[in-house]
Design a binder for this molecule. Structure first.
Ligand SMILES: Cc1ncc(COP(=O)(O)O)c(C=O)c1O
Length: 374
């Protein structure tokens, strides 16, 4: 069986976990957490990086930080994971869904302005498959209408927009280190704070609403309850695991990009025959090879292809369902049709992608796809 995903291991994870345990400090913000923060801040120029227990938590922190109040509106793509939206719904926001681009599942920035009202507070671009949204267009709207931009960079580690690292562009950004991502810690995430105004409060929200971080730095002589918050910080055991991955980031990226290029080259003839579509990476974006997907011509053909691949012991999976049609939000949505989102929900198929995937595996997978579309 070629699985859809296989977690990458550098081999140092358990050594670093042992080191963290031996240090006698395995709760949050220990030695390895600090090393991870320093790496991300130094490598990508983030003003402040804070590890969290998931990207979901980082998004929830972002919603608290921009002070979402009941009735505030947030513009989010409908083609995304529930957490992108849930974080804001938890604080009472009304979600205004944006459609995808024609040649890319990312939110179509050219269609956002008519969605903005006096109640709009934020735009949340999701860099699908690690490919950047059109950030200049989104930032221009945010500036014109005085909105916050929160990047959902769950899949976007080590990817760039016009040379700027994703996650460094919005006021805030959220990353995931869930085991399906390029670098992982089982479950895990990170909030990035690029706007100085949020740095101090982010530390408090992450520490259950207390100023404990300031206390440990010796900036206050006792700590107490100063704001709302929750337990968003991970144990140093999680950070130790993540650090072992970070050290190999360059090698992971090189290998994944090589695999991605192999897929693309093998499937390109099917695009030329008009049988399927492949990912389009705009000129302004880089490809971090987080995912390799194809876009089938119809839901029926995709369903058939999943079964045909399964018969060959290959596990391929579809992705998001349109959130504007979800059982939870359907009757709260304003009724606009979002046909491109529905198209990706019906037709996009993710192929196996992980460090240990071999060129022979890719040959098997792409041969099976070519035979299906013969
Ligand atoms: C776009 C997006 N945002 C948020 C998340 C949530 O990430 P996590 O599982 O780390 O909470 C995911 C999960 O894969 C995602 O794809």
């Amino acid at each position: 069986m070629i699985p859809f995903n296989k977690p990458y291991l550098s081999g140092k994870e358990t050594d670093y976990i042992r080191e963290a345990v031996a240090s006698g400090k395995i709760s949050g913000d220990g030695l390895f957490t600090k090393k991870c923060h320093a790496f991300f801040e130094h490598t990508y120029g983030f003003r402040k990086a804070l590890l969290t227990t998931s990207c979901t938590d980082a998004l929830e922190m972002a919603a608290i930080l921009i002070d979402i109040q009941p009735g505030d509106e947030v513009i989010v793509p409908s083609y995304t994971f529930v957490s992108t939206v849930n974080a804001f719904v938890l604080r009472g926001a009304k979600i205004v869904f944006a459609d995808s681009e024609a040649n890319n599942p990312n939110m179509d920035a050219s269609q956002i302005e008519p969605l903005i009202t006096p109640r709009t507070k934020a735009i949340v671009p999701v860099h699908y498959a690690g490919v950047a949204c059109d950030m200049d267009a989104i930032l221009a709207l945010a500036e014109k209408h005085n909105l916050f931009v929160i990047e959902d960079a769950a899949q976007a580690i080590d990817s760039y927009y016009k040379g700027r690292p994703l996650g460094s562009i919005g006021h805030l950004a959220a990353f995931s280190f869930h085991e399906t991502k390029n670098i992982i810690s089982g479950e895990g995430g990170m909030l990035v704070i690029n706007d100085e105004r949020f740095v101090h409060r982010a530390e408090i929200i992450r520490e259950k609403g207390t100023n404990r971080s300031q206390f440990f730095r010796g900036e206050v002589d006792k700590y107490g309850w100063v704001d709302i918050g929750s337990s968003f910080l991970p144990s140093d055991i999680i950070a130790a695991f993540l650090y072992a991955q970070i050290e190999n980031l360059a090698d992971i990226q090189r290998k994944r990009k090589m695999l991605w290029d192999r897929y693309y080259a093998a499937l390109k003839p099917l695009v030329e025959r008009g049988v399927l579509d492949l990912p389009a990476v705009p000129d302004y974006a880089t490809n971090n090879a987080h995912m390799f997907y194809i876009v089938c011509p119809s839901l029926a053909l995709r369903t058939g292809l999943i079964a045909a691949l399964k018969a060959e012991n290959i596990h391929a999976v579809f992705h998001y369902l349109s959130l504007h049609k979800s059982p939870y939000y359907m009757d709260k949505h304003d009724g606009r049709a979002l046909p491109l989102c529905d198209h990706y929900a019906d037709c996009l198929l993710r192929l196996p992608m992980y460090y240990e995937l071999t060129e022979e595996d890719i040959r098997r997978i792409t041969t099976a796809i070519s035979q299906y579309f013969q």
